[in-house]
Design a protein around this ligand. Structure first.
Ligand code: BMA
Length: 382
């Protein structure tokens, strides 16, 4: 087609008009917030803080050669003491703090948790542990959101707190208290302290309101997904790794029966309280092997998120039972950490304390090159 000079004129006029409109628009539009920056493609949270991504990656590589030792409520109390600066039964026994600290936010609407740990103190201990290079993991023994009973009240609740349920709004209120707690967890430099969150644990058992007798598979998965999406997408909490932890699992199929999906889980955990006979060592070893294999195939980490025998009845439990299970084979040895439950009193404890018969054996466990305590950790957050 032949373009006459007249046509050129009108084309130039049109270009000038649209450029002027474009400039005006730019000048008058509101300054835009920077879009969130994706930090990774491997975690549940693609916006996880750099420190959280570093924790996952460092823990994953450390797990190739070490099993970190963990203890619930380690800094809060022990056998015969409570709230003493710097004190820890584990440290009293072996001279070193655990590498992993377990905490629980059951009773989050009160000033203290279900085991009497003051929440402000808990925040302080989480900061202390993190400043020394340790890892913090949090469980949620939340009250039954429908009946108001405790976590062990397994009357039907999950379907009522899912979107559309009568108790959805009030459960979101509980999640908001958790958000407030998590937002207070900041290091000296102002960055958020990465936390391994372990919600709705032991869900294949029946004791809790999120357990297998109290909700369907679909309801359990929906609860987990709703929780992740609320914290991550609605509340912009980006300093969490999500760990799932069924109890005393034998097979892969059992493990994946109640499982919200790989996009919602970073760490494949396992809770086990059956390790009181030597005959069980190989069983736990096989389970750890299976979970490590499952985790490896999915680019995740495996962990023995809870283990122990109340009152540690065998004086060689640390080496002949726990270490033996962790050392079962090459895969079992890739378990990232093993955490024992709390030292409440002389009649309810899972870690040794000064004077306990298992102390010499625990020191052997401590000295074993496979185990790692706090002093063994290099900077996991960089
Ligand atoms: C259980 C016991 C209880 C405690 C609960 C939550 O195993 O230790 O005493 O309240 O864990 O920590």
């Amino acid at each position: 087609m032949k373009i006459t000079p007249n046509k050129y004129f009108w084309i130039i006029v049109l270009i000038l008009i649209s450029l002027t409109i474009g400039c005006k628009k730019k000048q008058t539009s509101e300054p835009k917030e920077n879009p969130p920056v994706e930090t990774n493609t491997i975690l549940v949270d693609s916006l996880a803080t750099p420190e959280t991504v570093a924790l996952f990656q460092n823990l994953k590589s450390l797990a190739q050669t070490k099993v970190l030792f963990g203890h619930q409520d380690d800094l809060a109390y022990g056998v015969g003491w409570s709230v003493e600066d710097g004190r820890s039964d584990v440290k009293s026994v072996c001279g070193d703090y655990p590498a992993v600290y377990g905490w629980d936010i059951g009773d989050i609407s009160s000033t203290s948790n279900l085991d009497g740990v003051n929440f402000e103190n808990m925040k302080g201990w989480i900061k202390e542990a993190h400043a020394r290079g340790g890892i913090n993991t949090i469980t949620m023994h939340l009250d039954n959101p429908v009946s108001g009973g405790n976590a062990w009240d397994n009357s039907e609740a999950v379907r009522h707190i899912l979107p559309g349920g009568l108790y959805h709004a009030s459960y979101i209120g509980t999640l908001d208290l958790i958000v407030d707690f998590l937002k207070d967890l900041k290091a000296e430099d102002g960055t958020y302290i990465p936390i391994i969150l372990r919600p709705y644990h032991e869900h294949n058992h029946t004791w809790s309101w999120w357990g297998s007798n109290s909700c369907t598979v679909e309801e359990y998965n929906a609860l987990w997904q709703m929780t992740v999406e609320y914290l991550r997408d609605e509340q912009n909490i980006h300093h969490l790794l999500y760990a799932i932890s069924p109890q005393e699992i034998r097979t892969e199929a059992q493990y994946l029966e109640r499982y919200p999906g790989d996009e919602y889980v970073d760490i494949l955990g396992h809770d086990d309280y059956q390790l009181w006979s030597l005959g069980y060592v190989a069983q736990l070893g096989r389970t750890l092997d299976m979970i490590a294999t499952l985790a490896e195939a999915r680019g995740k980490i495996s962990a023995l998120t809870e283990v122990g025998v109340d009152k540690v009845p065998q004086s060689n439990w640390w080496t002949a039972y726990l270490f033996a299970a962790l050392n079962y084979n090459e895969n079992a040895r890739k378990t990232a950490w093993a955490l024992v439950w709390r030292n409440a009193s002389e009649s309810h404890f899972f870690a040794p304390y000064p004077g306990h018969a298992s102390v010499p054996d625990f020191i052997m466990f401590y000295n074993n090159p496979l185990t790692a305590f706090e002093n063994d950790l290099t900077d996991l957050y960089n």
